[in-house]
Design a protein around this ligand. Sequence first.
Ligand SMILES: [Zn+2]
Length: 424
Amino acid sequence: MTLSNNSIRSLLEIKDPNIKMDDIFYAFIHHTKVRLVQAHLIIYQRRCPLCGFEDLVHNGHYTSTITYTSDNASHPLFIRLAKQRLKCKNCGHTIMAKTSLVDKYCNISNRTKAKIMMNLQDDRTQKCVAIDNNVSPSTVGRLMDDHRELYPVFPDRLPKHLAFDEFRGVHHQLHFICIDGGNTHRIIKILPNRFKSSIIRYFEGVDRSARENVETITMDLNSYYQDIVSQLFPNAKIVIDQFHIIAMMTRAFNQYRSQLMKHYKYQSHEYKLLKFSWRLYLKNDQQLSDAKEYYDRHIHQKVTAGERIGLGLALDLKLNNDYVVMHDVMNYLAQRNKDRLAETLFSYHYDQLSKPMATVIKTLRKHLEIVLNAAENEQSNGPLEGTNRMIKQIQRTAFGLSNFNHLLARINLRMMRTKKQYQV
Ligand SMILES: [Zn+2]
């Protein structure tokens, strides 16, 4: 049974009225069984666009085989389109019929291209997208390069709150990333490296008045972004991410706890006190307020959570001091109590604390001003860490990307899928 022109058109959702469908049948292209649609494209033109004479005559066809979208990847669909050509008898100029189905000199339909761009928004590999759409992986890569105008480019307006960080990307290099730390969390810029010179060059390109509007910049403690901020953002306050402060302290506490543990005999009572239920040490007073007794199977006695910690801390004075400092800092950060936080940081001499904790306190005292800002401002690097997690996932799925522009494209496309403000 042969399908009519209209039924093939409605099946393939082809809108161009100048395309006339002739037939659809199975054929072999490069030893693969495909569905082939035979069609021709008519041109309606009377005057020559060059000389203006009504001397156009039919001049054969230009036939190309166009890749089209198909719901069945094992039987790809091709359209063999014969485009009508005209020739001007007066000046010899030739014209070929044009269509919205496919670009001139291109064998991949615009519909396939659009579908590839949609597929690239998902968490899947370039190769997988290529196979599904019956094109080569390098075609997919080329499309990503060609459609840069699709990706959201934000004007040189900077939001009030920025967040700086870096992530490991192409060729194991660290890339600088800056996002809006306020409400939208959109990516402002990703640079191919994180050299001071490139960051400064980028922000110097942004209008000075835009830079003056920035109020806070969130970052982690061990970065040299502080110099850049003081140089480029005259009104911005540096805020250290609260999460980093707490992570540093808990890491130091756990380090000393396990050091101490190894001084005791293996499986002794003291060893077990320090080794097990270590999560209790990190809980705050409120979480420990539950006075319910339970049987601790490691130390073979009935205790409440508070008593259990007390037993462990009683073993060593430095461990006890570490514990107190750590929890005071956590509490005052949560309560946004700047003065008490400063007091806590100076309440102990380094000798009274364990070595790892003393190092952390020393660092915090050194950066006192920006650490205290953390207690005052509610901005954190949380959204940025989330974005970094997404970028990591993209690279993991792709088994690592070697082209920085493709990495940027995939990040932008993924953001378009997941974040509302990216959708055009
Ligand atoms: Zn002419």
